[in-house]
Design a protein around this ligand. Structure first.
Ligand code: 5RP
Length: 221
């Protein structure tokens, strides 16, 4: 059922593509639905910056103009999903291990459109563990450092990121103040990216509901 809800939300999100702009594309199953719908609005897409090899592969299949992140100063809209998002539009991301590119591209974007099924819209962040991308040699140091704040880290097996790094999934983090926690984790040496997105949050959330309706929350309205 969640797949269907991701699809109806993705269909709705397609309407936001206008004016022949450069767009950013995240990764994961929701975004995979979204990419399959993109050819219908190809005339309105000047180029695409992609957050993962999987998304790039799919976009290439549809002959989109793929742009390198380093060539771009600004992206008009970034489309991605999340593992969780709260009413403040803060998110946990990184289920697909592409969090570093996702964070860079979302920070380059004027508007972040987050496409989700209803189950991901939560009151408080923290149902899912928080992924972090880490430099391999810092693994044990980081696990120990996080244990001092009561958190436990689980190495994601068979996962090497596109940057050659590891993913730790962090449980039992105190997320009463997710902004503070994002900053705290960012300060630990050896951590490349934390999957808490509390500084650059989503601007628009498009939710596929269980009754097959779509809800939109737009921070700018
Ligand atoms: C990948 C992500 C995804 O947006 C998140 O994991 C949601 O994935 P899906 O659309 O497959 O449910 O952050 O790093």
């Amino acid at each position: 059922m969640f797949n269907k809800l991701k699809n109806i939300a993705a269909k709705f999100a397609i309407k936001y593509i206008q004016n022949n702009n450069i767009i950013g594309i995240g990764s994961g199953t929701t975004i995979s639905h979204f990419i399959d719908l993109l050819p219908t609005v190809k005339h309105n897409i000047k180029g695409v910056v992609s957050a993962s090899e999987n998304s790039t592969k799919k976009l290439k299949k549809y002959n989109f103009n793929i742009l390198n992140i380093n060539e771009i100063k600004k992206i008009s809209m970034y489309f991605d999903s999340a593992d969780e998002i709260n009413y403040k539009m803060q998110m946990i991301k990184g289920g697909g291990a592409a969090l570093t590119n996702e964070k860079i591209i979302s920070n380059l974007s004027e508007t972040f459109v987050c496409i989700i099924d209803e189950s991901k819209y939560v009151k408080y962040l923290g149902i899912h563990p928080v992924p972090i991308e880490i430099i391999p040699l810092a693994k044990n140091f980081i696990i120990q450092k996080l244990s001092y704040i009561g958190a436990t880290a689980k190495l994601r097996i068979n996962t090497i990121t596109e940057h050659g790094n590891l993913i730790l999934d962090i449980y039992n983090l105190d997320l009463d103040n997710p902004i503070k926690m994002e900053k705290y984790i960012n300060n630990i040496p050896g951590i490349v990216t934390v999957g808490l997105f509390t500084q650059k949050c989503a601007d628009i959330v498009i939710i596929g509901n269980k009754n097959y309706t779509v809800s939109v929350i737009d921070k700018k309205k």
